[in-house]
Design a protein around this ligand. Sequence first.
Ligand SMILES: [Zn+2]
Length: 65
Amino acid sequence: MDEGGAEITTTECRGCGAQVSGLGGRYACGVCGWVNHWSQGSGDLPGPEADPDHPRPGRRGRTPA
Ligand SMILES: [Zn+2]
């Protein structure tokens, strides 16, 4: 199975109208630099826990309120 694979999709650039391909609904135009917002993606982005810089609960030190 191809579980977890991101689907390659194509859309029209909002900036210059070029065809841009993206993974999982996320696009970046190589012509004008337009990118769509991450929230327009397929919604299976890794959470903040996947960020190595994310302050983890239980870690000693300051935690954001
Ligand atoms: Zn563009």
